[in-house]
Write a protein that binds this ligand. Structure first.
Ligand code: SAM
Ligand code: SF4
Length: 362
């Protein structure tokens, strides 16, 4: 690695210009960057990888994001909403398999029936698992009051991707209405921090119109926002979405993957104490994509424990992996995969973000 690049990393000189340069690295220089990211994780946090059993409990969504396969206007997807019993069964599965935590994710709804249901569901999950299962929510934009209610009922982490930190690009990816508002999304992230959640965000990588300048700004956004956890990965097009028409201007899929790895490594170096997820979209591109992300500095994995008869309907993008497998298959294949890269599952642990405790101590 050229000494100037190494100097930037060792001196933590995270300017937008430097980050752009580092995001563009390929070949041996990239290998070294990824190794530095991985080493930074091992040195600071050890080799444990925390499991979050992912339950995609409903694909009913009131929003219309231009990139997403389960957007409201896609009439070619069968809609489902798992029963509370099915969600509880998945929670028990996670608990019994010592996953430590659960992520409840769904399309966005903010009606009272939904808010109340989640409230009750959180209490039921806590009761069914002796309060031992940590719960992360990923249910989109809600009022501060709803966030508070769910926090009090047992959720302690919340994932809300900003998608892109560039307001103009954000507007190109969403309908121009009150329901898809950049300022509101930002406000939600602030509300989540204020309520007391470990707050997660993230971006998609390789969106139409996105450049390395945008991605460098995204990294700085996450650092400046003092985010506790991050889930980011490549944008993958879906035929039934408006953004599909721009498929010809996209970076090649491998390029999106390589830049995603650089994003993970750089963020790890910039924020050594946060949690970073090795996302499913990485595996959609490369069969060992999640492992590569872990080797670059990711320390969280989200095994999909959604009942397999509904999994194929939570199709955010095409070629989403593991849509045919049951939760058991995923669990066995994951621990072997971790072993192969010298990582161990952090069984029975919530695996909280150390950054959160530092951020909230003062
Ligand atoms: N509805 C909630 C929300 O939007 O925050 C949570 C579920 S949503 C499906 C979770 C994430 O999926 C989004 O934040 C977005 O980044 C990601 N996603 C949607 N469509 C995608 C695509 N085509 N490629 C990659 N990621 C996608
Ligand atoms: Fe709905 Fe989330 Fe998809 Fe947007 S990204 S359409 S809010 S599920």
């Amino acid at each position: 690695m050229k000494s100037t690049i190494r100097n930037i990393i060792l001196s933590a000189d995270w300017t937008a210009k430097n980050l752009e340069k580092l995001l563009a690295l390929r070949g041996d220089e990239q290998k070294e960057l990824l190794k530095l990211g991985g080493d930074c994780l091992l040195k600071g946090r050890g080799n444990e990888v925390y499991y979050r059993g992912l339950v995609e409990f409903s694909n009913i969504c009131t929003k219309d994001c231009f990139y997403c396969g389960i957007r409201k206007s896609n009439r070619n997807t069968a809609r489902y909403d798992l029963s509370d019993d099915a969600v509880l069964e998945a929670a028990r599965f996670a608990h019994e398999h010592r996953y430590g935590s659960l992520v409840l994710q769904a399309g966005e709804r903010d009606d009272l029936v939904f808010v109340e249901r989640i409230d009750q569901l959180l209490k039921k999950i806590k009761a069914a698992t002796n309060g031992e299962l940590g719960i992360t929510l990923s249910l989109g934009e809600q009022t501060a009051e709803t966030y508070r209610r769910w926090f009090e009922s047992g959720a302690h982490r919340y994932l809300l991707r900003i998608e892109t930190s560039d307001e103009m690009l954000y507007h190109q990816l969403h309908p121009n209405d009150d329901k898809h508002n950049f300022e509101k999304r930002l406000q939600c992230l602030k509300d989540l921090q204020k309520v007391g959640y470990q707050t997660g965000t993230g971006v998609m990588i390789g969106l139409p119109g996105q450049t390395l300048t945008h991605l460098a700004a995204d990294l700085l956004f996450m650092k400046n926002f003092d985010i506790d956890m991050v889930g980011m990965g490549p944008y993958i097009e879906h035929e039934e979405t408006p953004l599909y028409s721009e498929k010809n201007v996209l970076w090649p899929i491998q390029e999106r993957f390589l830049i995603s790895l650089n994003m993970v490594a750089l963020l790890r170096l910039m924020m050594p104490d946060i949690n970073i997820a090795a996302t499913t979209a990485m595996q959609a591109i490369d069969p060992v994509g999640r492992e590569k992300a872990m080797q670059a500095g990711a320390n969280v994995i989200m095994p999909n424990i959604t009942p397999s008869n509904q999994r194929r309907n939570y199709l955010l993008y095409q070629n989403k992996p593991c849509t045919d497998e049951g939760a058991d298959d995923c669990s066995n294949c994951l621990s072997i995969r971790l072993e192969m890269i010298g990582r161990v599952p952090g069984y029975d642990q919530w695996g909280d973000s150390e950054h959160f405790f530092r951020r909230t101590k003062s």
